[in-house]
Design a protein around this ligand. Sequence first.
Ligand code: BLA
Length: 497
Amino acid sequence: MSRSESDLEACSREPIHIPGAIQPHGALVVLRPADMAVVHASRNALEFFGEEVAIGRPIGGRLAPLVAAIREWYASSAPVFQSNSVEGDLQFTAHRSGHSIILEAERADTRPLEGLFSRLRGFVEILSTRPDPNGSLQAAADFIRELTGFDRVLVYRFDPDWNGHVVAEAGNGNLPSYLDLRFPAADIPAQARALYASNRVRIIPDAYYEPIAIEPANDPETGEPVDLSQAQLRSVSPVHIEYMRNMGTAASMSVSVMVDGRLWGLVSCHSAKAHTVAGTIRDACDFIVQSLAMRIAAQVHGEDAANRVELSRISARLLASMAAASSWSEGLVQAPEDLLAQVGASGAAIITEDNYAAVGAVPAERNVRAILEWLKTKEDQDIVSTNSLAAEFPQGEAFASEASGIIAIRISELYASWLIWFRPEAVRTVQWGGNPHKIVREEGRIHPRKSFDAWREQVSLQAVPWTEAQLSAARDLRGAIVGIVLRKAEELAELSS
Ligand code: BLA
């Protein structure tokens, strides 16, 4: 069965922030700030917090110093509270959730973190001195693997459609290599990606865990379930647990790579057997990944700036050429290389009331005119673009080799003047981690695929997608041409008056 829209929607509708349960490697209580009374507690609270914690009663006794510290933090603006137990065996973390405080306890790492800071410094050094960005991705994967002891660490990058691509990997051979494989967007549905953009680190030490319920399920005052968006121990989606088991991974940790406020990718770690990483090391991983993200952002900004400079040179030459010619269309045709370079196209056609001109690789004129008829049906759009013309305009399949990608800009409504850029079909082979079209549906529910063996797909009738920058360059040129056309019209009007 192939993946349908509704399958994907079903995945992204699961409210993963309110599972009503936690994973068993720690315990959680929800406190009312006014009196530090326990409103909710996970069923295993006794095991971690001791008898001082009981639903409906303020925390006190042996935990009084902890409560005092939490009060002090609550009055401050720090987002997260962290402290170790007096014995040093537990790590407490607290954060605000609505009008409540969520306090979590986990086993602390009692091993000394010898040399962690000097190793972190060494890593930042590598980032700042390695000019090639792939070297930084690899260095981060290597370092995180060494620090956490996971079997395999992947750097996973999202494409504009939210499919993922494994761009770096460090492993010890216990798990198969996924380097260079792609994974479909639905593997990490939209609500999970949104959550991961705000809460950057998550761990599932044992995919065979039994969830621990939070009691009571709903707040007696508000009737709302506990929002675990920012919790460390949140019990994870059963679909994802199944996914991990199918993948042969019993443990997973992933850290969000945020670039310019957007989820760029994840550093995703796995082990074949259950494996845990203490909070301190997870924090170090977050630091490593955010340092990597800054390096990536610097790279992206550098490339953008260089492209903008190049583009402004091209645009300036096109404007000069149009100004010198008797018409805008003639001006563009006289600078064919710049016309194509403006958006990175292989061909362009200009259709005006009384003229037809083409440069580079374009379909036959009658086919361009057929595209034009289709464009005219898009009355409200001044710019139309696609990287798969045949998908929207089936007739286009016949000339996909010149025109799988188009950007069309409407210059004049009145005379149906258009400039259309073309890109050829780029047949490519995508190597997926398992057949992404194979969705398993049993008992009325969607299940993740069972095999993640490399699966090759030939993608045809598609061009290399236009980038945001190229579309905006097309829009800019349209603005310039429309300006010229208007000015010409005014001059003509003045002459004739
Ligand atoms: C979550 N899916 C995730 C996460 C990853 C992946 C990394 C984050 C949780 C974690 O760190 O383990 C996917 N894991 C991958 C990918 C690779 C990997 C792509 O190792 C590749 C190397 N998943 C499905 C389908 C659905 C689905 C069909 O395959 C929906 C029906 C859902 N995935 C799903 C959900 C979550 C998830 C709901 C959120 C889990 C949570 O945080 O509660």
